[in-house]
Design a protein around this ligand. Structure first.
Ligand SMILES: C[S@@+](CC[C@H](N)C(=O)[O-])C[C@H]1O[C@@H](n2cnc3c(N)ncnc32)[C@H](O)[C@@H]1O
Length: 378
């Protein structure tokens, strides 16, 4: 809560410009005075001031630089505020100040945010996009025309069919969908392929010691979730991951619609470095469905529990034997029936005997907290 006393303390600072955001957080305790009440003021020009309202010598100081959690409530004077899915120019500014590149490329510049920041900061740059306004550069099928020591890449996000995520060609620019435009790919597997091919292309163009900063996010639509960061391959050395708070995203506006989900309010800023001209670390993501019925590594307890649950939660030892004897694990055990009996008896917190030779899975809601569950090494 902001008091009149707080406002009096803040008044001289608030007069310095147009304040677009004010946050007060209370945390921690110091020995001499109570909790810290940190106040943050964000001005229209991107300046951020912070101070402790509980400090008797209250003073606000300028907040600068990057931390692993970044938040840009204001976008500064950069870019096109009509462009869907743009990022704050203040993020670009922080990145340039920190990494200080000699020549920067933004190959998907969108509304032009980074071009404005690069130019204002005197960084030589090349800004491209599939949009003819920026040279009709098709990152999927063309090589970058030159090398650089910094690539700032803000791809479109994976947009599920029917979702209202931003689409670019045919919507933000041009009259038709472009077949290389990632914003129109609605299949997660195809999107990952699109992303990885372009990533490899961009990484290859970097000079040794150069970096690629990728801004990316997760998507959700009707119960389906796709994480760009989790699904991407990675070529090069992972130098830094920054979680960036996303303000005013669509999920904010549907937070109260009654649907039960946690709104996505973050993006990732991933920094990858090229350390060698010839050799690079490569993390390849492979997605497979594992069938535990074909696994020998699975434990008997898990197998019995999963099979019982799959049979409706109640079965006789004979029925379980019938089902489990076809599983891979049973092929290397000479006494499967006895093993099933042993597991059902041993884990009495999991399995309940309801009649002679008949067991059911215990109802989770009837389970009480306990530190005495049977645990055993794998
Ligand atoms: C998320 S926006 C970039 C927004 C930008 N950072 C800004 O602040 O305005 C993604 C851009 O990628 C472009 N794009 C999509 N597919 C592309 C491709 N294959 N090659 C080059 N650009 C592409 C779109 O036209 C769009 O402008």
């Amino acid at each position: 809560m902001i008091t009149v006393k707080d406002l009096n303390l803040l008044a001289p600072y608030m007069a310095k410009g147009k304040v677009l955001n004010m946050e007060v957080k209370e945390f921690g305790r110091t020995r001499n005075r109570g909790a810290v009440r940190e106040v943050l003021l964000e001005f229209e020009d991107g300046t951020k001031l912070t101070g402790d309202l509980n400090n008797p010598n209250f003073k606000m100081t300028k907040l600068q630089g990057l931390t692993t959690i970044a938040s840009y409530f204001v976008r500064g004077k950069y870019g096109n505020n009509q462009w869907r899915g743009n990022f704050s120019g203040l993020l670009v500014k922080d990145l340039i100040e920190f990494y200080n590149p000699k020549f920067a490329i933004d190959p998907m510049v969108g509304g032009g945010t980074s071009h404005q920041v690069f130019s204002e900061m005197g960084v030589n740059n090349l800004c491209l996009d599939l949009n003819p306004r920026w040279g009709e550069f098709d990152a999927l099928n063309m090589e970058l025309p030159c090398s650089s020591d910094f690539i700032l890449w803000h791809p479109p996000y994976m947009a599920f069919e029917g979702s209202s995520m931003p689409r670019y060609s045919g919507v933000e620019w041009g009259k038709q969908k472009h077949s290389s435009d990632g914003s129109h790919i609605t299949d997660p597997v195809e999107f990952t392929k699109w992303f990885n091919k372009i990533q490899a292309n961009f990484y290859a163009s970097l000079r040794k010691g150069g970096r690629m900063a990728i801004v990316m996010g997760d998507s959700r639509y009707r119960g389906k979730y796709y994480s760009m960061f989790k699904n991407m391959d990675m070529y090069g050395t992972l130098e830094q991951v920054i979680i960036k708070e996303q303000h005013n995203c669509i999920s904010d506006s549907i937070k109260y619609s009654g649907a039960k989900f946690i709104p996505i309010q973050h993006e990732y800023l991933v920094i990858i470095r090229k350390d060698d001209n010839y050799i690079f670390p490569c993390h390849i993501v492979k997605s497979v469905n594992v069938d535990i019925r074909k696994s020998e590594k699975i434990t008997w307890k898990t197998l019995v529990q999963a099979t019982l649950e799959n049979m409706g939660g109640k079965a006789s030892v004979g029925e379980l034997y019938e089902a489990l004897s076809k599983h891979q694990k049973a092929k290397t055990n000479n006494n499967v029936r006895e093993k099933i009996r042993q597991v059902l008896g041993k884990y009495s917190q999991e399995f309940e005997r309801v009649a002679d030779g008949v067991f059911k899975l215990r109802d989770l809601s009837s389970r009480v907290s306990s530190n005495n569950l049977v645990v055993q090494a794998l």
